[in-house]
Ligand binder design. Structure first.
Ligand SMILES: [Zn+2]
Length: 229
């Protein structure tokens, strides 16, 4: 998202930026607590995760370098879910109060945040429908595709425990789904490392939710030079 900003807005923000490593499972948002920082990822992927019963969780949205973590600062509000790093990387953070102050001089960023909010609403709504309606192997394929788009590498670290937390199912279920995709030659899964072997095949194995979400993100975020479409 930062790459799409004009130079004067980057200059407004950058003196408040702190570069940092983003390790696996680092907390970015805590439920019902005001945000301390706004984050922009250079590399890596974050997840918004909602708690379920019996200590289980399910992912409600994914964020990579195309977006940001910090939409609630627009209203100084809080959210009931948590945000954490799912694939390690690097990025910048800026104090939430500083960001809100500087945002007044950044009209392009403000417009981008509004469009990103719409894109995230689509993602969250589609994820909710997907989690209810689609079989776990199709959801697993969708999740891998969305992560693959954001890491831009064919291989990334992923434990079955984490994947089960993202999909909101128990580990044996996720294990069966991952082996189905591996047997079909779409992925390999060795010692906690996922490799995407057949991207087209994985897209065919995913439910339609992947392309619905991707289309909205492309439409809303790639139109930043021309105003919202
Ligand atoms: Zn789906």
């Amino acid at each position: 998202m930062l790459n799409a900003l004009p130079e004067n807005e980057i200059a407004q923000l950058s003196s408040g930026f702190e570069e940092l490593d983003l390790p696996f499972k680092m907390d970015l948002i805590k439920p019902h607590q005001p945000l301390k920082y706004v984050y922009f990822l250079h590399r890596g992927v974050a997840s918004f995760v909602s708690p379920l019963e019996e200590g289980m969780t399910v992912e409600i949205a994914t964020v990579g370098p195309e977006g940001m973590i910090g939409l609630p600062v627009l209203t100084n509000g809080t959210v009931p879910y948590s945000g954490l790093i799912q694939v390690p990387g690097e990025g910048v953070r800026i104090r939430a109060d500083e960001f809100r102050h500087r945002l007044r001089s950044c009209p392009t960023l403000y417009q981008m945040m509004l469009r990103y909010m719409l894109a995230m609403m689509t993602q969250m709504a589609q994820n909710a429908a997907c989690n209810r309606a689609h079989p776990v192997d199709e959801r697993c394929a969708r999740w891998l595709l969305m992560t693959h788009d954001r890491v831009s590498e064919h291989s990334f670290p992923l434990t079955q425990e984490f994947l089960s937390q993202m999909l909101g199912v128990r580990r044996p279920t996720v294990s069966i789904a991952a082996s189905m995709l591996a047997r079909a030659g779409l992925i390999s899964y060795v010692r906690g490392q996922i490799t995407i072997l057949d991207r087209e095949g994985l897209e065919a194995a995913s439910c339609e939710c992947y392309s619905i979400i991707k289309r909205e993100f492309d439409r809303l975020l790639e139109s930043s030079d021309h105003g919202a479409k």
